[in-house]
Design a protein around this ligand. Structure first.
Ligand code: COA
Length: 331
């Protein structure tokens, strides 16, 4: 737990999504689905998709540059880039290195974190730790995903859910009473890894003709099990984070949750006892952008002035790992 002090304070945010919009009606043309099913079961109406040649690092650099601009920080003065992604452009080097080069942030330390949809929150916690150590003053935490690269477009149970995009936040050192992380909670359960994973394409099972024929390089999930775990763990984790901050849900100005399914978000809100008018939702426009979803939401709520300086927000995320976490943050 951390209150005030020298940890992470928010100085700017940004987002970048591809221009190409894929609607539910577009899916009706090539898989057995309907706009009605997707809308009622998930809350998604449309999502963004990268064009050929547009990659995770491009989205990351776009979002990161906007966050730097808002904060008035020259890319050359950036100390650290932490990039969360489940869709790295290459397995070596990390996508953060490619985004660093695109942003012209040549003096920064850059590395990726891998914790699926919870990864951006984990990245913020890392940033907070870096800011408490000597020498680091400005840290960019990016969530960037080209989910369209790892989705099986013949599998109607997963392909309609995901979208591409990136969000970023620039953190500096907070003063004594400045904006900061008030509390966090994080947890992972690797025993449940196969509920949401890509069976092949990594070092354990490299891609072969056989794995490709079985479409094992793409995301597979047990939708109902993931759904149940998501509602349970986002609720529990939020409660622990609130307790650690010495707050209740009534002290929260806005909940900015990971956007996986509107029914998951509504289920968590109901359990927490918060009305949906205090919960930010943009899943109808972007689908599930994995670790980009919270920083995209954060940028939108700030730019739309749904929350201002001094507001207290609760961010909560859940995804593959299974890995989840929550953070109470004072803006
Ligand atoms: N269009 C039409 N029908 C579909 C469909 C689609 N896109 N996807 C699945 N269905 C069908 C199923 O095949 C099933 O048909 P059946 O009864 O004939 O077998 C029926 O809809 C119900 O399937 P079910 O899996 O019970 O639906 P659901 O209400 O659980 O919704 C998910 C499925 C995937 C939307 C839901 O489980 C979910 O959102 N899970 C969490 C996934 C997630 O968020 N993952 C990322 C976490 S970060």
């Amino acid at each position: 737990m951390s209150r005030g002090g020298i940890g992470a304070t928010l100085r700017g945010t940004g987002l970048e999504v591809p221009e190409k919009v894929v609607t539910n009606a577009d899916f009706e043309k090539f898989i057995d689905t309907t706009d009605e099913w997707i809308t009622t079961r998930t809350g998604i109406k449309e999502r963004r998709m990268c064009e050929e040649g547009q990659n995770t690092a491009d989205l990351a650099a776009g979002a990161g540059t906007r966050a730097l601009e808002e904060a008035g920080i020259d890319p050359l003065d950036l100390d650290v880039i932490v990039l969360s992604t489940a869709t790295p452009d290459h397995l070596l080097p990390s996508t953060s290195c490619e985004a660093q080069a695109l942003m012209g942030a040549h003096n920064a330390v850059a590395f990726d974190v891998s914790a699926a949809c919870a990864g951006w929150l984990y990245g913020v916690k890392i940033a907070d730790g870096f800011l408490r150590s000597d020498g680091f003053e400005t840290i960019l935490v990016i969530g960037a995903e080209k989910m369209s690269a790892i989705i099986d477009y013949t599998d109607r149970t997963t392909c309609v859910l995901f979208g591409d995009g990136a969000g970023a936040a620039l953190f500096g050192r907070s003063g004594e009473n400045g904006s900061s992380i008030l509390s966090t909670h994080m947890q992972t359960d690797g025993r449940l890894a196969e509920l949401l994973w890509r069976p092949a394409g990594g070092a354990a099972r490299p891609s072969t003709e056989e794995t490709r024929a079985e479409r094992m390089e793409y995301v597979r999930q047990e939708g109902r099990e993931v759904f149940k775990n998501a509602v349970l763990q986002m609720d529990t984790s939020s409660r622990i984070a609130l307790h650690r901050a010495g707050l209740t849900i009534d002290d929260i100005d806005l909940v900015v949750p990971h956007q996986a399914n509107i029914r998951i978000i509504e289920g968590v809100a109901k359990r927490l006892g918060v009305e949906m008018d205090r919960v930010y939702v943009n899943i109808d426009r972007y689908g599930n952008t994995s670790s980009a979803s919270i920083p995209i939401g954060l940028d939108e709520v700030r730019k739309r002035e749904l929350v201002g300086e001094g507001a207290t927000i609760l961010m909560t995320a859940f995804g593959g790992g299974l890995a989840w976490g929550s953070m109470v943050f004072r803006l």
